[in-house]
Unconditional design. Structure first.
Length: 252
Protein backbone atom coordinates (compact mmCIF):
# COMPACT_ATOMS: atom_id res chain seq x y z
CA UNK A 1 0.00 0.00 0.00
CA UNK A 2 2.86 2.38 0.75
CA UNK A 3 4.66 1.70 -2.54
CA UNK A 4 1.56 2.67 -4.55
CA UNK A 5 2.20 6.29 -3.64
CA UNK A 6 5.29 6.30 -5.88
CA UNK A 7 3.18 5.78 -9.04
CA UNK A 8 2.58 9.50 -9.39
CA UNK A 9 1.56 9.39 -13.07
CA UNK A 10 -1.07 6.71 -12.53
CA UNK A 11 -4.49 7.52 -14.01
CA UNK A 12 -6.48 4.41 -13.03
CA UNK A 13 -6.14 2.37 -9.84
CA UNK A 14 -8.04 -0.71 -8.65
CA UNK A 15 -7.31 -2.49 -5.38
CA UNK A 16 -9.09 -5.68 -4.24
CA UNK A 17 -9.19 -7.71 -1.01
CA UNK A 18 -8.75 -4.65 1.18
CA UNK A 19 -8.86 -4.99 4.96
CA UNK A 20 -9.67 -2.29 7.45
CA UNK A 21 -6.07 -2.08 8.61
CA UNK A 22 -4.96 -1.18 5.06
CA UNK A 23 -6.86 2.10 5.18
CA UNK A 24 -4.31 4.49 6.61
CA UNK A 25 -1.41 3.53 4.34
CA UNK A 26 -3.69 3.34 1.29
CA UNK A 27 -5.05 6.84 1.91
CA UNK A 28 -1.51 8.18 2.32
CA UNK A 29 -0.54 6.74 -1.06
CA UNK A 30 -3.68 7.98 -2.85
CA UNK A 31 -2.87 11.55 -1.76
CA UNK A 32 0.27 11.36 -3.93
CA UNK A 33 -1.63 10.24 -7.04
CA UNK A 34 -2.59 13.70 -8.33
CA UNK A 35 -3.23 12.44 -11.89
CA UNK A 36 -5.72 9.75 -10.88
CA UNK A 37 -8.95 9.73 -12.94
CA UNK A 38 -10.54 6.45 -11.78
CA UNK A 39 -10.40 4.70 -8.40
CA UNK A 40 -11.91 1.30 -7.55
CA UNK A 41 -11.61 -0.20 -4.06
CA UNK A 42 -13.01 -3.61 -3.05
CA UNK A 43 -13.00 -5.04 0.46
CA UNK A 44 -11.92 -8.60 1.16
CA UNK A 45 -15.51 -9.54 2.09
CA UNK A 46 -18.93 -7.92 2.24
CA UNK A 47 -18.79 -6.98 5.94
CA UNK A 48 -15.20 -5.72 5.95
CA UNK A 49 -14.95 -1.98 6.53
CA UNK A 50 -13.24 0.26 4.01
CA UNK A 51 -11.40 2.77 6.20
CA UNK A 52 -11.05 5.83 3.98
CA UNK A 53 -11.32 8.63 6.53
CA UNK A 54 -7.56 9.25 6.49
CA UNK A 55 -7.67 10.80 3.01
CA UNK A 56 -7.57 14.59 3.39
CA UNK A 57 -6.38 15.72 -0.04
CA UNK A 58 -8.03 13.47 -2.67
CA UNK A 59 -6.92 13.46 -6.32
CA UNK A 60 -8.47 16.63 -7.77
CA UNK A 61 -9.09 15.21 -11.27
CA UNK A 62 -10.92 12.05 -10.14
CA UNK A 63 -13.86 11.32 -12.46
CA UNK A 64 -14.96 7.78 -11.56
CA UNK A 65 -15.21 6.29 -8.08
CA UNK A 66 -16.19 2.70 -7.21
CA UNK A 67 -16.32 1.67 -3.55
CA UNK A 68 -17.35 -1.88 -2.65
CA UNK A 69 -17.36 -2.62 1.06
CA UNK A 70 -18.84 -1.46 4.33
CA UNK A 71 -18.50 2.21 5.27
CA UNK A 72 -18.93 3.52 8.80
CA UNK A 73 -19.69 6.92 7.26
CA UNK A 74 -19.54 8.26 3.74
CA UNK A 75 -15.97 9.48 3.18
CA UNK A 76 -15.81 13.18 4.02
CA UNK A 77 -13.75 13.99 0.93
CA UNK A 78 -16.26 12.80 -1.69
CA UNK A 79 -18.32 16.06 -1.78
CA UNK A 80 -15.11 17.96 -2.66
CA UNK A 81 -14.52 16.03 -5.90
CA UNK A 82 -15.91 18.48 -8.43
CA UNK A 83 -14.76 16.40 -11.43
CA UNK A 84 -16.68 13.26 -10.42
CA UNK A 85 -18.88 12.01 -13.25
CA UNK A 86 -19.67 8.48 -12.08
CA UNK A 87 -20.06 7.00 -8.58
CA UNK A 88 -20.82 3.37 -7.68
CA UNK A 89 -21.29 2.41 -4.03
CA UNK A 90 -21.92 -1.18 -2.94
CA UNK A 91 -22.41 -2.82 0.49
CA UNK A 92 -21.92 0.51 2.31
CA UNK A 93 -24.86 -0.04 4.74
CA UNK A 94 -24.80 3.54 5.95
CA UNK A 95 -26.94 4.68 8.86
CA UNK A 96 -27.27 8.24 7.55
CA UNK A 97 -28.69 9.34 4.19
CA UNK A 98 -25.82 9.48 1.61
CA UNK A 99 -27.80 11.76 -0.71
CA UNK A 100 -27.08 14.77 1.48
CA UNK A 101 -23.37 14.51 0.66
CA UNK A 102 -23.70 13.42 -2.96
CA UNK A 103 -26.36 15.80 -4.24
CA UNK A 104 -24.05 18.83 -4.55
CA UNK A 105 -21.49 17.11 -6.82
CA UNK A 106 -21.64 19.52 -9.78
CA UNK A 107 -20.74 17.13 -12.63
CA UNK A 108 -22.17 13.80 -11.45
CA UNK A 109 -23.96 12.06 -14.34
CA UNK A 110 -24.26 8.40 -13.24
CA UNK A 111 -24.98 7.15 -9.72
CA UNK A 112 -25.46 3.51 -8.70
CA UNK A 113 -26.25 2.53 -5.12
CA UNK A 114 -26.47 -1.11 -3.97
CA UNK A 115 -27.11 -1.91 -0.30
CA UNK A 116 -25.90 1.55 0.57
CA UNK A 117 -28.44 2.88 3.08
CA UNK A 118 -30.35 1.23 5.94
CA UNK A 119 -32.95 3.98 6.45
CA UNK A 120 -36.59 3.78 5.39
CA UNK A 121 -36.80 7.06 3.43
CA UNK A 122 -34.81 8.61 0.58
CA UNK A 123 -35.43 12.25 -0.32
CA UNK A 124 -33.99 14.00 -3.38
CA UNK A 125 -33.91 17.67 -2.42
CA UNK A 126 -34.65 20.66 -4.63
CA UNK A 127 -31.54 21.82 -6.46
CA UNK A 128 -29.73 18.52 -6.00
CA UNK A 129 -28.06 16.33 -8.63
CA UNK A 130 -28.23 19.04 -11.30
CA UNK A 131 -26.51 17.00 -14.04
CA UNK A 132 -27.47 13.44 -13.06
CA UNK A 133 -28.89 11.42 -15.96
CA UNK A 134 -28.64 7.80 -14.77
CA UNK A 135 -29.75 6.63 -11.32
CA UNK A 136 -29.88 3.10 -9.89
CA UNK A 137 -31.15 2.07 -6.44
CA UNK A 138 -30.73 -1.60 -5.55
CA UNK A 139 -31.47 -3.71 -2.48
CA UNK A 140 -32.32 -1.04 0.07
CA UNK A 141 -33.88 -3.55 2.47
CA UNK A 142 -35.58 -1.05 4.78
CA UNK A 143 -36.69 1.45 2.15
CA UNK A 144 -40.41 2.29 2.27
CA UNK A 145 -40.58 5.74 0.69
CA UNK A 146 -38.77 7.65 -2.06
CA UNK A 147 -39.54 11.35 -2.44
CA UNK A 148 -38.45 13.72 -5.22
CA UNK A 149 -38.90 17.41 -4.46
CA UNK A 150 -39.90 19.78 -7.25
CA UNK A 151 -36.66 20.94 -8.88
CA UNK A 152 -34.59 17.90 -7.91
CA UNK A 153 -33.06 15.62 -10.55
CA UNK A 154 -33.86 18.05 -13.39
CA UNK A 155 -31.93 16.07 -16.05
CA UNK A 156 -32.44 12.47 -15.01
CA UNK A 157 -33.33 10.27 -18.00
CA UNK A 158 -33.22 6.73 -16.65
CA UNK A 159 -34.18 5.40 -13.24
CA UNK A 160 -33.85 1.80 -12.06
CA UNK A 161 -35.20 0.53 -8.75
CA UNK A 162 -34.31 -3.06 -7.85
CA UNK A 163 -35.05 -5.51 -5.05
CA UNK A 164 -36.43 -2.96 -2.56
CA UNK A 165 -38.97 -5.36 -1.10
CA UNK A 166 -40.70 -2.94 1.28
CA UNK A 167 -41.26 -0.21 -1.31
CA UNK A 168 -44.85 -0.48 -2.47
CA UNK A 169 -45.42 2.94 -4.04
CA UNK A 170 -43.82 4.81 -6.92
CA UNK A 171 -41.48 7.63 -5.90
CA UNK A 172 -43.49 10.61 -4.72
CA UNK A 173 -42.79 13.51 -7.06
CA UNK A 174 -41.64 11.35 -9.98
CA UNK A 175 -44.27 13.21 -12.00
CA UNK A 176 -42.04 16.30 -11.76
CA UNK A 177 -39.18 14.72 -13.75
CA UNK A 178 -39.72 16.10 -17.26
CA UNK A 179 -36.73 14.38 -18.92
CA UNK A 180 -37.33 10.88 -17.51
CA UNK A 181 -37.49 8.48 -20.47
CA UNK A 182 -37.06 5.03 -18.91
CA UNK A 183 -38.30 3.72 -15.56
CA UNK A 184 -37.34 0.15 -14.64
CA UNK A 185 -38.38 -2.01 -11.72
CA UNK A 186 -36.46 -5.26 -11.07
CA UNK A 187 -37.92 -7.90 -8.74
CA UNK A 188 -40.17 -5.40 -7.03
CA UNK A 189 -43.37 -6.17 -5.06
CA UNK A 190 -46.44 -6.90 -7.12
CA UNK A 191 -48.30 -4.32 -5.01
CA UNK A 192 -46.15 -1.54 -6.45
CA UNK A 193 -46.88 -2.57 -10.04
CA UNK A 194 -50.59 -2.71 -9.27
CA UNK A 195 -50.56 0.91 -8.05
CA UNK A 196 -48.97 1.94 -11.36
CA UNK A 197 -51.83 0.33 -13.29
CA UNK A 198 -54.54 2.10 -11.33
CA UNK A 199 -55.84 5.57 -12.12
CA UNK A 200 -58.30 5.44 -9.23
CA UNK A 201 -57.85 7.32 -5.98
CA UNK A 202 -54.68 5.97 -4.39
CA UNK A 203 -53.29 4.75 -7.73
CA UNK A 204 -50.04 6.02 -9.21
CA UNK A 205 -50.66 5.74 -12.94
CA UNK A 206 -50.88 9.53 -13.23
CA UNK A 207 -47.40 9.82 -11.73
CA UNK A 208 -45.75 7.76 -14.50
CA UNK A 209 -48.07 8.51 -17.44
CA UNK A 210 -45.55 10.96 -18.94
CA UNK A 211 -42.69 8.44 -19.01
CA UNK A 212 -42.28 6.84 -22.49
CA UNK A 213 -40.95 3.47 -21.25
CA UNK A 214 -41.93 1.81 -17.97
CA UNK A 215 -40.84 -1.79 -17.37
CA UNK A 216 -41.17 -4.42 -14.69
CA UNK A 217 -38.65 -7.27 -14.79
CA UNK A 218 -38.60 -10.59 -12.92
CA UNK A 219 -36.33 -13.64 -12.79
CA UNK A 220 -38.49 -16.66 -13.62
CA UNK A 221 -37.70 -20.22 -14.73
CA UNK A 222 -34.03 -19.50 -15.33
CA UNK A 223 -34.49 -16.28 -17.30
CA UNK A 224 -35.37 -12.62 -17.11
CA UNK A 225 -38.87 -11.62 -18.17
CA UNK A 226 -39.43 -7.95 -19.02
CA UNK A 227 -42.97 -6.58 -19.04
CA UNK A 228 -44.02 -3.17 -20.25
CA UNK A 229 -46.68 -1.33 -18.29
CA UNK A 230 -48.91 -1.42 -21.36
CA UNK A 231 -48.76 -5.23 -21.44
CA UNK A 232 -50.31 -5.38 -17.96
CA UNK A 233 -53.18 -3.19 -19.12
CA UNK A 234 -53.85 -5.22 -22.25
CA UNK A 235 -54.31 -8.63 -20.64
CA UNK A 236 -55.06 -10.38 -17.38
CA UNK A 237 -52.11 -12.65 -18.24
CA UNK A 238 -49.51 -10.30 -19.74
CA UNK A 239 -46.77 -11.55 -22.02
CA UNK A 240 -43.17 -10.41 -21.58
CA UNK A 241 -41.76 -8.12 -24.22
CA UNK A 242 -38.30 -9.64 -23.65
CA UNK A 243 -37.14 -12.96 -22.24
CA UNK A 244 -33.42 -13.53 -21.79
CA UNK A 245 -30.97 -15.32 -19.48
CA UNK A 246 -28.66 -12.32 -19.64
CA UNK A 247 -30.22 -8.90 -19.41
CA UNK A 248 -28.42 -5.60 -19.68
CA UNK A 249 -30.60 -2.99 -18.04
CA UNK A 250 -31.42 -0.02 -20.19
CA UNK A 251 -29.95 2.48 -17.76
CA UNK A 252 -26.43 1.06 -17.76
Amino acid sequence: MTELGKLTKLRRLGVIKLRREDGKSLCSSIENLRNLRALSLLSVEEDEILDLQHLFSPPPLLQRLYLTGRLETLPHWIPNLESLVRVHLKWSRLKSDPLESLQALPNLVHLELLQVYEGDTLCFRVGGFKKLKLLGIDKFDELRCVEVEVGALPRVEKLSIQRCKLLQKAPLGIEHLPKLKVLEFFDMPRELIQTLLSDDQGGDYWRVAHIPEVYSTYWRDGGWEVYSLDSFNDSSRPSPVIRSQELHTRWK
